[in-house]
Design a protein around this ligand. Structure first.
Ligand SMILES: [Fe+2]
Length: 234
């Protein structure tokens, strides 16, 4: 994840010299996409990708950095009330940054292997856990479609692995919560952004078509690499 350093000037009250000191607050910047905006067409339009990346993801980062700077200031002043108040903004905007950074890597142009089914140990694990890749895709698509209009605002569908129990899970999260909020040992392999900003310009209200087509540009190579790293064969 890209990090830039923001120097913040702070008084070192305990400094024997009583000098002003400098401490580094780490903030975040927008990561580049690993492909051109139009490279996922026709599954996802270049217009959507550009807006999603440059506007939506950037806004999460801007607001995350702002909240982190306010947190740093509140902590230096011992302002407990403000520290608590900032937690929701940090979780929402930080989660948005984390989730989108994964989402871009979950996709790949068809000419670069997008949509090619997983091979190796992840392919076997999917067959063992769900019966087949097709069954897994149907399960995730049904979960995404069923949440429409239910009042539960889902932001992401996930395929993850429980690295303690060594099995795959399908989960959904809302409000930009990362998968780890569903369990501390859950590692995301694939996350599908199902907020309207991810598809509405192209698919309007037909979210099932977006969910059907996104698998054509799914980067299973990335998911397999994460799976092999988290669950090495013993
Ligand atoms: Fe998004």
């Amino acid at each position: 994840m890209a990090i830039r350093n923001l120097l913040t000037r702070k008084t070192l009250a305990t400094s024997p010299l009583g000098m002003l000191g400098f401490r580094s607050l780490k903030t975040f910047s927008l990561p580049d996409l690993p492909y051109d905006y139009g490279a996922l067409e026709p599954a996802i339009s270049g217009e959507i990708m550009q807006l999603h990346h440059q506007k939506h993801h950037q806004t999460y980062i801007t607001n995350y950095n702002k909240a982190l700077e306010q947190l740093d200031d509140a902590m230096s002043k011992g302002d407990a009330s403000t520290v608590v108040k900032l937690q929701s903004a940090i979780k929402f905007n930080g989660g948005g940054h984390v989730n989108h950074s994964i989402f871009w890597k979950n996709l790949a142009p068809i000419r670069e292997g997008g949509g090619e089914p997983p091979k190796g140990s992840l392919g076997w694990a999917i067959d063992n856990n769900f019966g087949s890749l097709e069954t897994l895709i149907q399960k995730m698509n049904a979960e995404g479609a069923a949440l429409q209009g239910s009042g539960w605002v889902v932001s992401s569908l996930w395929l993850g692995v429980d690295k303690e129990l060594k099995h795959l899970v399908v989960e959904s999260t809302g409000n930009q919560d990362p998968l780890v909020t569903k369990g501390p040992s859950l590692i995301p392999l694939l996350g599908i952004d199902v907020w309207e900003h991810a598809y509405y310009l192209q698919y309007k209200n037909v979210k099932p078509d977006y969910l059907k087509n996104i698998w054509k540009v799914m980067n299973w190579k990335y998911a397999s690499d994460v799976y092999d790293k988290e669950c090495p064969e013993s």
